[in-house]
Design a protein around this ligand. Structure first.
Ligand code: ATP
Ligand code: MG
Length: 687
């Protein structure tokens, strides 16, 4: 039934379809889909994968790279639904084979584990998140005596940022310092020494940081024998959000597929918002000419997401960009409802504006999940979180403080990591110092004892703990030993919790809520096949922090989404509220100055606006709170509308003031403007 067979692509427009069918379901030359927001790039990618599978591609030989783990799992689900239209139940079995779907970092971690022994890496390596990396950088800094110099050597976070920039931009230290950290140029020699020692420390401890996952992968690909083997594993490599990849990621793709065969990338240069992490918009712009044969380029211009009123406003904002390659979008979705530009007095009013409108919309039948609140920086949602909690509106926050950032969760994970890799000093220090009586120096000697011993467990067993820790030490050794012998997964985590609980109660006042988090962690763990996969996934892309204040919403429960604009990439909601659409927030204070940085802030606003399907509220508080930059401290500042919405654009918005005048008088309407003289009337009644 050929018509039925092709039905599953019927919903696509001609350009989308051309992209899906490029190569006719077989391995073909490189393909780029470059197009604006909401034009169906991700949708097209999902159809392309389904199309490949329907045409006999082996799903296990498809590599799919997305911006987050969530995006990857949504993509595989979508692929399954699409393929099912042709293949029925068979689709589910096949898409189960689509296991190579994830972020660059997660895929890198898996491949490195796989090839570890071939490249001189111990496959038991553990992964450091940014905080662990900064801690290790700090440790190394101390060892080199660099922090003791009275002069102001850059802080650990800055050191890590510089190191990371050099690695990801495939640049050299001098260039990076001159361009992005000019105030550190005087420390070039010391930084070089520090980074060399940092690399040594990571190797000695068998840990990789985030950047290593890409760097080792790229280095591995530079070995022709391994590159060839790797490249032969995947017939198709597809990448979403390509505008936010960096040089290192590009070099990996080019090494895997030097002539671009089987390579598909999609993205939008107008949405490039990660240059602060060394993302390189030239990657997508130059993609067509990177290969011996030029890539096929497909552009999409029809937007399916937003109403014309919203799209016109978004188009106007991005039209002012200094540099821009994708064209304006059009849509068939007509609406008279212009996006709102809402002026409120301060952030408290901003919060009640959002809360009231969210509830109102829910009354009208829009679930909380269809609505989202977006903001420039994670801490901007503080007052709103308080308001939502007060009104019992459940919410989940993306891109802010991660579940994993909380101390108790980190403690428990560090125990597992330490058992996985006893050389991991950051984990070891963290864990041992949970015991009263163990400080940095005792922890350091215990680590040394472990290294000297034949077996790390024996090393700990025979270590003479300081007197104050003597009582707790055997329990700790017992736990460590049982975790080392791989007693079982996921019950390991419960063991750790039972051991940890007394410490939890000693360290934290709110032990009960924290204990609930740990139970939640055990539930998450139950979904993982092994301790190693669990640790890797959680370190790379931790689950979103749920709000414990309003009660952690369960998966199927309705809740409002709070998200940084950066984390909202690729997503869409019926109603979108953007907080603090004021100068100083968007563009951020920190960006003001460099033209390139301002341009990135404009794209950020564009990303925020284009998340909305039906209704968009940009809120501008007249006063907002600025968190302390060293010089000025915390303070309220008077703000004005973001410069990216010029006076000429105002006709594209409805401007309103909120609250309407009534509420200014304690819920009463303001006094009438007429004046009458009642005294005179009283007197006249008797005359
Ligand atoms: P972004 O740039 O924000 O990542 P995108 O280009 O990836 O956006 P999608 O998320 O794939 O766009 O699609 C946007 C919306 O348009 C989705 O709701 C999708 O289902 C819908 N859509 C895409 N293509 C079509 C089509 N041919 N017919 C109907 N709806 C479509
Ligand atoms: Mg997308």
């Amino acid at each position: 039934q050929p018509t039925f067979e092709h039905d599953y692509l019927a919903s696509l427009n001609a350009e989308q379809r051309a992209a899906v069918e490029h190569g006719g379901g077989k391995v073909a030359g490189p393909l780029l889909v470059i197009a604006g927001a909401g034009s169906g790039k991700t949708n097209t990618l999902a159809h392309r994968v389904a199309h490949l599978i329907v045409n006999g591609a082996d799903p296990r030989r498809i590599l799919l790279m997305t911006f987050s783990r969530r995006a990857a799992s949504e993509m595989t689900k979508r692929v399954e639904r699409i393929a099912a239209r042709v293949m029925g139940d068979k689709a589910a079995t096949l898409t189960k084979g689509l296991t190579w779907a994830g972020t660059f970092h997660a895929i890198g971690a898996r491949l490195l584990r796989d090839y570890a022994l071939k490249i001189g890496l111990d496959p038991a390596f553990t992964i450091h998140d940014r905080e662990d990396s900064a801690d290790l950088m700090n440790l190394v800094r101390h060892e080199l005596g660099l922090s003791k110099t009275e002069s102001r050597f850059p802080a650990k976070g800055t050191c890590l940022a510089i190191y990371s920039r050099v690695v990801n931009a495939q640049s050299d230290l001098k260039t990076v310092l001159a361009k992005s950290f000019p105030w550190c140029i005087g420390w070039t020699a010391e930084l070089k020494e520090l980074f060399a020692a940092y690399v040594d420390a990571k190797q000695a401890q068998n840990v990789l940081d985030y950047d290593d996952l890409l760097l080792w992968w790229a280095q591995m690909c530079a070995e022709p024998a391994i590159a060839e083997h790797l490249s032969g594993r995947f017939d198709h490599i597809l990448v979403d959000e390509y505008q936010d990849t960096n040089r290192l990621q590009e070099s990996i793709l080019l090494a895997l597929k030097p002539d671009g065969t089987g390579l598909t990338v999609v993205g939008d240069d107008a949405q490039s918002i990660y240059s602060f992490r060394a993302a390189e918009v030239r990657n997508i712009l130059d993609f067509p000419i990177r290969f011996p044969e030029p890539a096929r380029v497909v552009t999409l211009e029809r937007n399916y997401r937003s109403t014309d009123a919203i799209l016109n406003a978004a188009n106007a904002v991005i039209a002012e960009a200094a540099e821009r390659f994708t064209k304006n979008l059009w849509t068939e979705r007509r609406s008279a409802e212009k996006p709102l530009l809402v002026t409120v007095r301060d952030e408290a009013e901003q919060a009640s504006y959002v809360a009231e409108h969210v509830l109102e919309a829910r009354e009208e039948g829009f679930a909380l999940k269809q609505q989202a609140v977006l903001f420039r920086a994670s801490h901007h949602s503080g007052p709103l979180e308080v308001e939502l909690t007060r009104r019992n509106i459940p919410f989940v926050k993306f891109g802010g403080l991660k579940f994993l950032d909380s101390a108790h969760v980190k403690d428990v994970l560090a125990v597992l990591r330490f058992a996985e890799n006893p050389k991991d000093r950051v984990a070891g220090f963290r864990v041992m110092q949970l015991l009263p009586g163990i400080g940095p120096s005792a922890a350091a000697s215990a680590m040394e004892a472990m290294e000297r011993a034949l077996d790390p467990v024996l090393g700990l067993q025979f270590f003479r703990a300081p007197a104050r820790a003597e009582a707790d030490w055997p329990g700790f050794v017992e736990l460590f030993s049982s975790l080392r012998s791989r007693s079982g997964w996921p019950s390991d985590l419960e063991h750790v919790r039972l051991w940890y609980e007394p410490h939890l109660e000693r360290i934290h006042e709110d032990a009960t809520t924290r204990r609930a988090d740990l139970l939640q962690l055990e539930q998450i763990a139950a979904g993982y096949p092994s301790r190693e996969r669990f640790l890797t996934d959680l370190t790379l892309d931790p689950p979103e922090a749920t709000s414990d204040k309003a009660g952690p919403p369960h998966r199927d429960e309705d809740y409002l989404i709070l998200s940084t604009i950066h984390s909202a990439k690729g997503q869409e909601w019926t109603k979108v509220f953007v907080l603090n659409a004021v100068d100083g927030c968007i563009p951020s204070d920190l960006a003001v100055g460099e033209r390139e940085e301002i341009e990135e802030e404009r794209r950020l606003l564009y990303v925020a606006m284009t998340r909305a399907k039906d209704s968009l509220h940009l809120i501008t508080p007249q006063r907002f709170f600025v968190h302390g930059q060293a010089a000025r401290g915390d303070q309220h500042v008077y703000a004005s509308r973001t410069r990216f919405i010029t006076d000429a654009m105002l006709e594209l918005f409805s401007q309103i003031f909120w609250p309407p005048p009534m509420a200014d008088h304690g819920g009463q309407p303001p006094h009438p403007t007429v004046r009458v003289d009642l005294k005179a009337r009283m007197r006249s009644m008797w005359r």
